[in-house]
Design a protein around this ligand. Structure first.
Ligand SMILES: Cc1ncc(COP(=O)(O)O)c(C=O)c1O
Length: 467
């Protein structure tokens, strides 16, 4: 893209700080060259981040030059592995500016694994579980633990067009914690559907009203700094591959020690106990993070987390944020202004259409000139043809999907109680049931190494849908 390209000139006029992120263009040619060599237009950063080549080389070298054994032993190779794992653990806390006297980091297989740890261990009995409509399914799933233990489960609605929460509604609910039990409030720092960034001030407000706070930061931390010296959620859940692409299979639960002490694990496993007896039918849980890490942890890959975090630090969140902000803004500006020859809009964005308090994912549906929705599966097929990687469906976020697509409780009840669908309902059955409505959307998500060319390629693709 040259400085004389009229679109680029218009983009720079609208987003004059974009050139401050030039370091990312350099990285595209060194660390992420495979994207352009392969002709990929990668726009699924909310699905998964991309790794820099140097992350692989550093990790490979570490593995090639050392011998690491199972950390549950006490031999030299085991000690070497333990040292690296514990170093990575400390680094995670340092990265999020979390005081080790206040927080600890538990390694999990992914954000869902971290969420399940909280759900299965939280003392829900006689308490409340409050959550926003736009949570990921792995946060929604915690309601099953809450129901099973007799807690009240309440959803806070979100409203179109911005898909934000009505603050007064939230205040009302927060003001009514259960007096007889524990209260857990869960929300995404950034929605993986609408990309809305919910206020982190809610954390303190919830605390003042007697709630523990579970902040699902999986979609937020890839492009935003989370400073745990400034905000103090009780539980934070993340997946590392969303931040820096490699390794997959690792996430973390970052928990306040005080809140963690409330959790009661439903079982014990290798690695989580100090002593367990068969004849004595007794076990003693290990202290701290170890009580929550079942079996042998992924000790060869955990050191790659530190490498990935350092990679993000070497670029800086300011740069990453600025990049994503500018490119998402340009994408939104253009998508919302595209019209068919008869004046009908091409796209409908679900969520904020300005860059204020939102991240880099844009969820949309496309419409033909008669206002009929173009099936998101067709859009995906067409995008695949030109090597554009995006995401379609409901992105594991059914609450946001139902609001965006106007699917009502009554319609859902009809589908869920129709004969033959008491126990089984496939996606196709569901689609048939809500006949005439879209059952999903298209999500274009820009991320750390997106460039102007990627966004232009998508906009050219979208223009191809105009008639
Ligand atoms: C906001 C949010 N929470 C949780 C998750 C679950 O992450 P994982 O699939 O890595 O467990 C995702 C994944 O897309 C997400 O976007």
């Amino acid at each position: 893209m040259t400085q004389t390209d009229p679109d680029f000139v218009a983009f720079l006029r609208a987003y004059p700080t974009y050139p401050t992120t030039g370091v990312i263009d350099d990285l595209r040619t060194t660390e992420y060259a495979r994207l352009d060599i392969g002709g990929h237009i990668y726009l699924d950063y909310t699905g998964g981040g991309l790794y820099a080549e140097s992350q692989l080389h550093r990790h490979n070298r570490l593995l090639a030059e050392h011998v690491f054994g199972n950390p549950h032993s006490g031999n030299p190779t085991s000690q070497a592995a333990t040292q690296l794992v514990e170093h990575a653990r400390e680094y995670v806390l340092k990265f999020f500016n979390a005081d080790p006297d206040e927080y600890l980091a538990i390694f999990t297989p992914n954000a869902s694994g971290a969420l399940k740890l909280v759900g299965e261990s939280y003392p829900f009995s006689k308490g409340r579980y409050l959550l926003t409509f736009d949570n990921h399914n792995s946060v929604n799933g915690i309601r099953e633990f809450a129901h099973a233990r007799g807690a009240d489960v309440t959803y806070i609605p979100i409203a179109l067009p911005d898909m934000r929460v009505d603050a007064s509604h939230l205040d009302r609910e927060l003001a009514q914690p259960s007096k007889d039990g524990h209260n857990l409030f869960a929300y995404p720092a950034q929605s993986n559907f609408s990309s809305v960034e919910h206020p982190l001030e809610w954390i303190e407000k919830a605390h003042k009203n007697g709630w523990d706070v579970l902040l699902d930061a999986a979609a937020f931390v890839p492009t935003n700094k989370l400073d745990l010296s400034e905000v103090k959620p009780d539980f934070v859940t993340i997946s590392f591959y969303k931040m820096f692409g490699y390794p997959t299979g690792l996430g973390a639960l970052i928990a306040r020690r005080e809140a963690l002490a409330k959790l009661h694990r439903p079982w014990f496993a290798g690695g989580t106990i100090t002593v367990a007896s068969v004849q004595g039918d007794k076990y003693y849980m290990a202290d701290g993070a170890h009580a929550f890490e079942d079996g042998t942890i992924d000790y060869l890959n955990i050191p790659a987390i530190e490498i990935g975090l350092k990679h993000i630090e070497s670029i800086g969140y300011d740069v990453i944020h600025e990049r994503v902000h500018s490119l998402a803004g340009w994408l939104l500006d253009n998508l919302t202004s595209m019209k068919h020859s008869n004046g009908m809009h091409l796209a409908r964005v679900y969520g904020p259409t300005t860059t204020q308090d939102r991240g880099g994912a844009v969820a949309v549906n496309f419409y033909d000139k008669d206002g009929k929705a173009i099936d998101h599966r067709f859009i995906e097929e067409q995008a695949n043809e030109v090597n554009i990687s995006l995401r379609t469906g409901c992105f594991c976020n059914p609450g946001a999907g139902e609001v965006a697509l106007g699917i009502s409780r009554v319609e859902l009840d009809v589908c869920f109680t129709s004969p033959g669908h008491e126990d089984r309902l496939s996606v196709d059955d569901f689609r048939l049931c809500i006949d005439g409505k879209s059952s999903g959307a298209v999500r274009i998500s820009v991320g750390m190494v997106t460039n102007f060319k990627d966004v232009q390629a998508f906009l050219a693709f979208a223009r191809g849908l105009l008639s």
